[in-house]
Design a binder for this molecule. Structure first.
Ligand SMILES: [Zn+2]
Length: 371
């Protein structure tokens, strides 16, 4: 049965009256307050959905279950459930639309020459996709650039630097990247771009505790493994594509440069017209995305999980496993490291763990450690 047919039959069931009529006042009041509670609950879920568009895919099964449950209840209840069912159906449609927008935003941004920033609010993403559809890529390129330059103002970029300051992995290069952002905010793009570009490579080498020379092939290998499709990031494939086609693009002295953010062309002095606000912001956003992909690491046999960059897991020769999936089951029986996480799971793990806990009845991440 198609989606519409299913909704129809669900609503059809709602019209079936119970044998005893079931319309006495007390029951009616009870039902109404139950409906109010569900409506309030749905409103909360809706807000949550807007904030966390990347979890929309995972929200679908619970919504399906909710709808099925309500359909069962409706078989024994009267008309008011129709409204609840209609609300659930509408929410379901919203989820589908939001997911589509979320996915399309990544490819649209890549086509327009930007590493897609995952932290943009859902309505902003929707606006960009709609503008692109209505006006085409050439107009969208100009419009999106103006929008992003306006959005990533002093406050946004300072907040970004604050986030970097809390990451052990970035500690040794924080003075460089924060100075690059400072230069960007002062309009000195000629300085901000070449300051930040090599930091992306340094960050990847640090993150994987690489020793010795790192050639292009190895760099791309690390990037591909960090930005695998199960990554924490919202747009890992697009960011990886941006790294290989824009950042690491080959160039020849004297020939036209194919990318406005070619690390080689800029740092080897072939590209001398890179100093624009947009190019500088792209470099900052790319650095932000790549550092965000490094989150949790474990060692075999350890009892804790750590932030990438924790001194306890950066010893040479240690066998490390990077947890790239937000549903990394390896974390369930481990506790948060005292040194890098202060013994507390980071917020993004609390949310994920709550989901796992509900679904599987597993124990909490910050339970007492094994001894
Ligand atoms: Zn640690």
């Amino acid at each position: 049965m198609d989606e519409q047919g299913r909704h129809k039959s669900v609503l059809g069931h709602a019209n079936i009256r119970t044998a005893d009529g079931a319309d006495d006042v007390a029951l009616g009041v009870k039902r109404r307050s139950a409906v109010d509670a569900i409506a309030a609950g749905l409103h909360k879920v809706d807000e949550f959905g807007q904030l966390m568009a990347d979890y929309l895919t995972r929200l679908r099964p619970p919504v399906e279950r909710l709808r099925a449950t309500l359909a069962q209840i409706s078989a024994t209840a009267s008309g008011i459930w129709q409204q609840v069912l209609a609300a659930v159906a509408a929410f379901d449609e919203y989820l589908k639309m939001a997911r589509l927008t979320h996915e399309r935003f990544g490819t649209v941004m890549l086509e327009l020459g930007w590493p897609p920033p995952g932290d943009l609010a859902q309505p902003f993403k929707m606006e960009i996709v709609q503008y692109y559809d209505a006006n085409g890529p050439a107009a969208a390129k100009i419009w999106v650039e103006a929008k992003l330059l306006d959005y990533y103002d002093t406050d946004q970029l300072k907040a970004m630097v604050e986030v970097w300051a809390g990451k052990p992995l970035l500690a040794k290069r924080l003075h460089i990247v924060s100075a690059a952002v400072e230069a960007h905010l002062q309009g000195k793009y000629v300085l901000s771009v070449p300051a930040i570009l090599p930091q992306i490579e340094g960050l990847i080498a640090d993150g994987f505790a690489h020793n010795g020379q790192m050639d292009g092939t190895q760099y791309k290998k690390y990037a591909a493994s960090l930005l695998d499709p199960g990554s924490w990031l919202d747009y890992p494939a697009e960011i990886n594509n941006f790294v290989t086609t824009q950042l690491l693009t080959a160039f020849k002295h004297g020939a036209a440069v194919g990318s406005d953010l070619s690390r080689h062309a800029i740092l080897h002095g072939a590209d001398t017209s890179y100093a624009t606000e947009a190019t500088s912001l792209k470099a900052i956003l790319l650095f932000h995305s790549v550092q965000d992909a490094f989150r949790i690491v474990i060692t075999s046999g350890g009892e804790c999980y750590h932030l990438v960059g924790c001194s306890r897991v950066m010893k040479p020769g240690q066998k490390r496993e990077y947890i790239t999936s937000p549903f990394g089951r390896q974390l369930i029986s481990r506790r948060a490291c005292r040194y890098c996480l202060g013994g507390q799971p980071p917020e993004y793990l609390l949310v994920l763990h709550a989901t796992m806990h509900l679904l599987e009845g597993t124990r909490t991440l910050n339970d007492a450690p094994r001894h």
